[in-house]
Design a protein around this ligand. Structure first.
Ligand SMILES: Nc1nc2c(ncn2[C@@H]2O[C@H](COP(=O)(O)OP(=O)(O)OP(=O)(O)O)[C@@H](O)[C@H]2O)c(=O)[nH]1
Length: 314
């Protein structure tokens, strides 16, 4: 049970403890690596996404500046052309000389044609700029998606959880809807790594997230919460429904062992469940699920425990 922690301070403490246990120096690199591992954050993806976001913002600034230049230039040119046409019309009204009238008319046609061409050019360049901005919007969405995904299992990571949870809690308040969370921690996962190697451990994590996703409904969200710990957000689900789902999941785990070199690797999990109370926030809800998970581990593992009802603060 690697990640039992919610606050950054707890995660930081745990990261330092890990470094000390392994006899590693608490360098910024080592500290960051362990902090991210415990918090379930993929550093490479995070850094890459952050860097590309900085690049993206610079690109957006550039395109917006170009658009401003284009429209500003267009306004100036139209004003100049307008002045020319006005002046030619004025001269036209004050002359009776036919050749002069012809010259002035030609000048007006010429200016109007220039104006038309200028507007056409600006239109094309603004269309190109809009296309660039649309492309950037898509890049930004893709980069945000990558930032919120766990690269190993493809599930949501903790990065996007706060926003999702707040949204669901808000929805429950507005519509008096139900929301439960399940915190699942694989039992004795370290032994799988130790016995078969880290790559088999990884394979087990992928397998676990795949079979879990197959059991969940479309609205449910599976989050890789820590190393071998998963959180499931269950909208429109009370504690009874959450228990039913987790029991089903336990059966699915039992019937779908990972096969490695012709041998079964049996996997079980412990889980803590909690249903959102009317006056509770998302953080407190997860904390109760976490305490229930602790109780499930202490009860001997392969156990599902529902948190007692939330007692309102006085
Ligand atoms: N293969 C693999 N192992 C991971 C990953 N993330 C965390 N782990 C391992 O998960 C193990 C968790 O070990 P423990 O915290 O002792 O928990 P456990 O062995 O599951 O024991 P209990 O939770 O108490 O039942 C550690 O060995 C971590 O290195 C990962 O992405 N891949």
């Amino acid at each position: 049970m690697a990640s039992r922690l919610n606050s950054p301070a707890d995660i930081a403490r745990m990261a330092l403890k890990r470094l000390a246990e392994l006899g590693l120096a608490p360098t910024p690199q080592n500290y960051t690596k362990f902090y991210n591992e415990i918090a379930g954050i993929a550093p490479a993806v995070k850094e890459e996404a952050e860097q590309s976001n900085v690049q993206l913002v610079a690109n957006v600034q550039h395109v917006v500046q170009e658009a401003a230049d284009t429209t500003g230039g267009l306004a100036d040119l139209i004003r100049d052309h307008n002045d020319d046409i006005k002046s030619s019309i004025h001269s036209l009204q004050n002359t009776q000389d036919t050749p002069e009238m012809m010259r002035l008319l030609q000048a007006i046609v010429h200016t109007a044609t220039n104006m038309h061409d200028t507007v056409e050019d600006s239109h094309d360049s603004l269309r190109e700029l809009t296309a660039s901005l649309n492309q950037m919007r898509d890049d930004l969405a893709a980069s945000r998606h990558a930032l919120e995904r766990d690269p190993l299992t493809g599930t949501q990571n903790r990065q996007g959880l706060d926003m999702l949870l707040n949204r669901e809690v808000q929805r429950c308040r507005t519509y008096q809807a139900k929301l439960s969370v399940a915190l699942i921690d694989l039992d004795f996962f370290k032994q799988i790594n130790d016995r078969f190697g880290h790559h088999v451990g990884d394979k087990v994590l992928i397998h676990v997230s795949n079979i879990t996703k197959a059991v969940l409904r479309g609205n449910d969200v599976l989050v890789r919460y820590g190393g071998e710990e998963f959180l499931i957000l269950l909208p429109e689900t009370d504690l009874h429904g959450a228990k039913y789902l987790l029991e089903r999941l336990r059966l699915v785990f039992r019937n779908n062992a990972v096969m490695h070199e012709g041998k079964r690797i049996d996997i079980s999990f412990s889980a803590g469940l909690a249903q959102l109370a009317a006056d509770e926030n998302g953080h407190a809800l997860i904390l109760r699920a976490d305490q229930a998970l602790y109780a499930a581990k202490n009860a001997g593992r392969n156990t599902i425990i529902a948190a007692p009802e939330h007692v309102a603060d006085r």
